[in-house]
Write a protein that binds this ligand. Structure first.
Ligand SMILES: Nc1nc2c(c(=O)[nH]1)N[C@H]1C(S)=C(S)[C@@H](COP(=O)(O)OP(=O)(O)OC[C@H]3O[C@@H](n4cnc5c(=O)[nH]c(N)nc54)[C@H](O)[C@@H]3O)O[C@H]1N2
Ligand SMILES: Nc1nc2c(c(=O)[nH]1)N[C@H]1C(S)=C(S)[C@@H](COP(=O)(O)OP(=O)(O)OC[C@H]3O[C@@H](n4cnc5c(=O)[nH]c(N)nc54)[C@H](O)[C@@H]3O)O[C@H]1N2
Ligand code: SF4
Ligand SMILES: [Mo]
Length: 704
């Protein structure tokens, strides 16, 4: 029997998988040698193999218009169609008429090749990814507070902390193995190791917390400033750390002095005692580790929320030491690799920025393209692609490894814009998805198990995701498709790669002396040594050694003067607060078994049984006046759309807030597209839309 070590292609925990190939087919199990997951897997990783051979897109397919039937074409014809479209748009609209929308489910090699093609060769920064809807607030928060991106902690900290402060994250269901690692430590040390959960829902994470803070959606900054207020009042802060390693403390102090517990209690909709208890636990804990994800990032003030978490860690010196630090959990398996490779419209490879002239020059030289080719302007963010389609400024849209006809905000408007696209390429593994309806050209992509490349998880471990079976039909690797288009556009030297190992070898050179230095990594090394954590420079490290587990252990940050920056902000609240007409706040999130738009998990029986249909969680306080009982059908309306769900009446959600899962797009349910309700208002710094909150009204429906 042959076995292959690889990584789970679902969430950013990045669990190691071992695929054992036997006479009766392949089986998958947790890889005990993987440092991040130590042999553990959740139901998604354990069942991944069941989905890979179902309903695959096998051949390139083309059609002249969205109402025509797709016709199978050869790859040659497909490439001709792409190249002639690109040339036509370049001639009529210029490079900024072209947009690519990619995904944290790319391997780093896919991401890198796409950056070289779009930003380098074509000269537009219109490459964005679904990470815009996901972790872009974490990126801008880290950049602004620390001078560069990069989650500073390790999963080992989960087992070393005295207090896990989980805010806006349902870690138990969405990052289950991270949560398992903490829970073992938590269970073994009752009363000594504590869990605080701040979330309007009492999720599985909240259920085992020592303290659950069911705050109103959008009031995180009030809560965080309120905790800081008490720490200051009690003088439980680290003045030496503040003086030596930070800037901006005085302004911050001025702001948080205004956040008395009573004021905060009123804003957050919880008691002042709960806030005092939370602050007390912070004050008593030698080591505090904060975790966050979408309850923080997906907000019209996402960057400010992230920075307010970081503020608390700077205030108390809780960073750069074991068991402590502000730790963003990345959602997708390789959103981290996307950041490293420059996979958002303002980034360039190696944690560089398109607006920095030196960064542009370095990359242009390395790519051997003319000086000035990389545009100095930030490209279109995800929602700006929709706006560009509406105004006719986008002439070619290329979507890969994501399903925006389910996952974008304000879906009715999104779909209307997609329907206007002059030409849309959709590069996917499955057929159909909801986005297929908006494509002119379909390109079949290999996926996990059929492609080899690297992925970086939340704690900066890079794992080689190894292919172990042949792709179906004519599917090709994403990076190979981008490279072939590049060659056919005349950039032969730039796209010399014959394998993803070649791509990786080139890419890591662009990380030299950058915060995410990975120059010591190669596919071969990752294959023989297993996963390795960056920074991993090639110079100083003897074979097999591992550099620092944590960033900022010396208190030096990546800002000009080496100091971290406090931000002093008041909360602005929700972009669309509830009012008399739309009195409730809808929040949209995830369930343990399903992955996003169900392309994979919707094809796995065990998971379908686990979560048979969508539903809406309503507090009895809101359900009773509307005569809504358990299992009743409910119409949910926002200013943009309407959905229908069965009611789940529960006290596990804060009154005034309702919850629906994001997983049921149009192909799985006619009436449950959560994003037909949401709006696109976004954080001014990260451009991440407020997918976590919009105002809705409910009505009971007569439906069997
Ligand atoms: N099972 C499963 N796991 C996944 C995924 C999946 O699809 N399924 N997707 C992966 C991806 S890409 C991501 S991004 C992560 C997401 O992981 P999480 O962020 O943990 O998941 P969500 O359910 O989107 O949102 C988390 C919580 O935010 C809360 N929340 C909403 N509004 C607010 C607010 O204003 N303040 C606070 N404090 N909390 C709020 C919600 O009630 C919800 O419980 O999961 C990853 N893991
Ligand atoms: N209201 C609301 N909306 C949300 C969210 C929310 O919490 N609330 N969460 C947002 C977040 S955080 C995220 S990450 C997005 C996720 O939203 P999407 O990215 O739209 O969701 P997925 O279903 O993961 O889509 C990934 C697609 O990539 C395909 N695929 C898998 N592997 C490969 C590959 O190697 N190559 C290619 N070409 N294709 C591949 C899969 O078949 C699948 O169709 O949704 C966002 N939308
Ligand atoms: S926790 Fe995440 S990475 Fe680990 S098996 Fe589950 S889905 Fe995969
Ligand atoms: Mo995400």
């Amino acid at each position: 029997m042959e076995s292959v070590r690889t990584v789970c292609p679902y969430c950013g925990v990045g669990c190691g998988l071992e695929v054992v190939k036997g006479p009766a087919g392949s089986k998958v199990r947790g890889d005990r040698a993987h440092p991040s997951s130590q042999g553990m897997v959740c139901v998604k990783g354990a069942t991944i193999l069941e989905s890979v051979d179902r309903d695959r897109l096998l051949y390139p397919m083309l059609r002249a218009s969205l109402d025509a039937e797709f016709q199978r074409v050869s790859w040659d014809e497909a490439f001709d169609a792409i190249v002639s479209r690109i040339q036509a748009v370049l001639a009529t609209q210029g490079p900024d008429g072209i947009c690519m929308y990619g995904s944290g489910q790319f391997v780093t090699e896919d991401y890198y090749t796409a950056q070289k093609l779009i930003k380098g060769c074509l000269g537009t920064n219109n490459f964005d990814a679904n990470s815009r809807l996901c972790m872009s607030s974490a990126v801008s928060g880290y950049i602004r507070s620390f001078g560069s991106d990069g989650p500073p902690c390790s999963y080992d900290d989960l087992e070393l902390t005295d207090c896990l402060f989980a805010i806006g994250t349902n870690t138990a269901e969405c990052h289950p193995i991270v949560f398992n690692r903490f829970r073992k430590h938590h269970r073994a040390n009752p009363g000594k190791v504590r869990l605080i959960v701040a979330d309007p829902r009492c999720t599985e994470t909240g259920q085992v917390a020592d303290l659950h803070l069911p705050i109103r959606p959008g009031t995180d900054i009030d809560l965080l400033n309120g905790i800081a207020h008490l720490l200051l009042r009690w003088d439980r802060i680290d003045r030496a750390y503040i003086d030596t390693h930070t800037n901006g403390f005085a302004a911050y102090e001025g702001i948080v002095r205004q956040y008395s517990p009573d004021w905060v209690a009123d804003r957050c909709g919880i008691s002042a005692e709960l806030i005092e208890t939370a602050a007390r636990i912070w004050a008593e804990s030698d080591r505090v580790l904060s975790l966050w994800s979408m309850g923080i990032n997906q907000s019209s003030e996402g960057t400010a929320k992230v920075r307010s978490i970081i503020n608390l860690h700077l205030l108390t010196g809780q960073i750069g030491k074991p068991g402590a630090g502000p730790f963003s959990l990345t959602g997708q398996p390789n959103a981290m690799g996307g950041r490293e490779a420059g996979g958002l419209s303002r980034l360039l490879p190696g944690y560089r920025l398109v607006t920095n002239s030196q960064h542009r020059a370095e990359v242009e030289q390395f790519w051997q393209i003319p000086a000035g080719r990389i545009s100095p302007h930030t490209g279109r963010s995800a929602w700006e692609i929709v706006e560009g389609l509406e105004t006719g400024d986008v002439g070619l849209l290329w979507i890969a490894a994501t399903n925006p006809a389910v996952s974008f905000p304000d879906l009715n408007r999104t779909k209307a814009a997609f329907a206007r696209s002059p030409f849309t390429i959709y590069q996917e593994s499955y057929h159909p998805t909801e986005t297929t309806a908006f494509a002119h050209l379909l390109l079949p992509a290999t996926q996990w198990s059929e492609k080899t490349g690297t992925m970086t998880n939340s704690e900066r471990f890079v794992t080689l995701s190894q292919g172990f079976q042949a792709p179906p039909g004519e599917a090709r690797e994403d990076w190979a498709i981008f490279a072939e288009v590049g060659r056919r556009l005349g950039f032969r030297e730039q796209f010399w790669f014959e394998s993803s190992a070649d791509v990786y070898q080139e890419f890591v050179q662009l990380t030299r002396d950058r915060p995410c230095d990975m120059t010591g990594l190669t596919h071969d090394r990752l294959r023989t040594q297993g996963p390795l954590q960056w920074p991993y420079p090639d110079s100083t490290l003897p074979e097999g050694s591992q550099p620092a587990k944590r960033l900022y252990t010396d208190g030096r940050f990546n800002t000009a003067d080496g100091r971290a920056q406090f931000i002093a902000v008041h909360s602005r609240g929700l972009a669309e607060p509830p009012d008399a007409a739309y009195p409730l706040v809808l929040t949209v999130g995830r369930l343990y078994g399903h992955w996003h738009t169900q392309t994979r998990t919707g094809r796995i029986d065990k998971i379908k049984k686990m979560h048979p249909h969508p539903f809406i969680e309503i507090h009895p306080f809101d359900a009773v006046p509307l005569e809504i009982g358990e299992g009743d059908w409910v119409a949910v309306r926002s200013r943009r759309g309407e959905c229908q769900f069965r009611a789940k009446v529960t006290k596990a959600i804060a009154p005034g807030t309702v919850f629906v899962p994001m997983h049921w797009g149009g192909l799985w349910d006619d009436h449950a597209e959560a994003n037909s309700l949401t709006h696109p208002e976004a954080c001014p710094d990260s451009y991440e839309p407020e997918l976590k909150a919009c105002a809705v009204q409910l009505a009971k429906l007569d439906r069997p």
